[in-house]
Design a protein around this ligand. Structure first.
Ligand SMILES: Cc1ncc(COP(=O)(O)O)c(C=O)c1O
Length: 415
């Protein structure tokens, strides 16, 4: 859909007029997406390395997902979880086929924050404890419960007293972790790769220590795979990078892994754009929650379930996990060839890639969008984050890398 320049300005003005004001807005109007591309209202084509912040992993408007949604919309869109439903049951079976061993129960909801809220409630009930250990630079969402675990002071401080008592430890610091966990800890929450915190992968030693220490103290281990799940890191789940070399741990058939979590939270890519989240857990955790102890109107609705089934099936059919690992390695290799004094470090796991600069990344991200039609996102003020769909082509990656090299060379914010 191409609009006139004045219509584009109208859209921006109207949106700004009524908007909550909490977002810093870009000055383009996105109207269409397909695969790794989006188009603005002027018909300009962009390579999208944001995809809704790691949502459209199977590509924008993936035809299989679109068809599933269309068919389901014409059949049944709502059905409370008190009534069994064919699509929900099929979704559970599909998700269970890719879940790590031990995670056999599912609470479907509508977003990442909701999955985290569920995780915190279940953890408190399952352990009878109220304290949490979370990570510095960690991000768990914006609702008051999830916010208690979100580290960045600017996200928490305006809102006064939070819901959960939380100790924050330095990410990947084993000593601090050991000192923070005790007999009052309900759970430790870890993102296997910190996304908002600047694309920082957890070390295998840290994840294994977290598992051992939580077991020792009777606390739960929660992996927040909201950003890292569904192939983003080149494996189904980001924490699988820390599996022992001989651990298959790719499906419910494996067992005995040293880092099996008690709870894993999912959202973002699970529904390819239809709001969908899930909190997955062991039988032991699920069995402690009383009937009626938690619930949601929309969670598990057939429309979202249909999108979830189509997403997982598409990923399996097209080997997107292997593709993500291969393309991620290629992307990293090409980026690493850029010779610029402005680069501090490049960190990556599969197709979550962070290029940390020695200065603020905003002017470079702006130039990528404006001058090269590439969408990428910040993660902390100095990190350029690339979250392309797992269906991006090598030629598109080459275009992105060329553009990154060009902006690093040509943009000079200091004048
Ligand atoms: C790791 C992580 N946890 C939780 C959330 C919150 O998810 P949502 O925005 O769907 O509430 C996010 C969102 O970016 C996230 O990256």
């Amino acid at each position: 859909m191409t609009l006139t320049a004045s219509k584009t300005q109208d859209i921006i003005a109207t949106e700004s007029r009524y908007d909550s004001g909490v977002y810093n807005k870009h000055s383009i109007v996105i109207t269409k997406g397909l695969g790794a591309k989006v188009w603005d209202a002027d018909g300009r084509e962009y390579i999208d390395c944001v995809v809704g912040i790691s949502v459209a992993n199977v590509g924008h408007s993936n035809p299989d997902v679109v068809k599933a949604i269309q068919d389901q919309a014409a059949t049944l869109m709502v059905c409370p979880q008190t009534y069994p439903n064919d699509k929900r049951s099929a979704f559970y079976a599909e998700l269970a086929s890719i879940l790590p061993a031990g995670l056999e129960r599912i609470f479907p909801c509508n977003s990442g924050a909701e999955a985290m809220e569920a995780a915190l409630k279940f953890a408190r009930v399952a352990t009878g404890r109220e304290k949490f250990v979370a990570m510095k630079r960690g991000f768990s969402g914006r609702t008051m419960g999830a916010l208690s675990l979100t580290y960045e002071p600017k996200y928490r401080e305006p809102f006064g007293g939070l819901v959960h008592e939380t100790s924050f430890v330095a990410f990947n610091d084993l000593e601090q972790l050991e000192a923070a966990i005790d007999e009052n800890t309900a759970a430790v929450i870890i993102e296997p790769v910190q996304g908002e915190g600047g694309v920082r992968p957890a070390t295998p030693e840290f994840l294994r220590a977290a598992r051992a220490l939580t077991k020792k103290h009777g606390a739960l281990l929660i992996f927040d795979e909201i950003q890292t799940g569904f192939g983003r890191t080149g494996k189904w789940w980001g924490h699988q990078h820390a599996c022992e070399p001989d651990c298959t741990h790719t499906c419910a058939l494996s067992s005995g892994c040293t880092i099996q979590p008690d709870i894993m939270t999912l959202a973002k890519a699970i529904g390819s754009g239809i709001p969908l989240g899930a909190m997955t857990m062991t039988h032991e955790v699920a069995n402690k929650m009383p009937k009626g102890g938690h619930g949601t109107t929309f969670g598990g609705n057939p429309l979202a379930m249909a999108a979830g089934i189509a997403t997982i099936k598409y990923m399996k059919k097209h080997n997107l996990i292997e593709q993500s690992a291969e393309l991620g390695a290629y992307f990293l290799e090409q980026l690493s060839k850029i010779n610029s004094k402005k680069i501090k470090e490049i960190r990556a796991r599969g197709l979550i890639i962070g290029l940390e600069l020695k200065e603020h990344s905003a002017p470079y991200l702006e130039a990528l969008e404006k001058d090269h039609a590439i969408l990428a996102y910040s993660a902390t003020p100095t990190v350029m984050r690339f979250l392309p769909p797992l269906v991006i082509s090598k030629a598109e990656i080459d275009q992105v890398v060329k553009a990154v090299a060009a902006v690093l060379e040509n943009v000079n914010p200091k004048g």
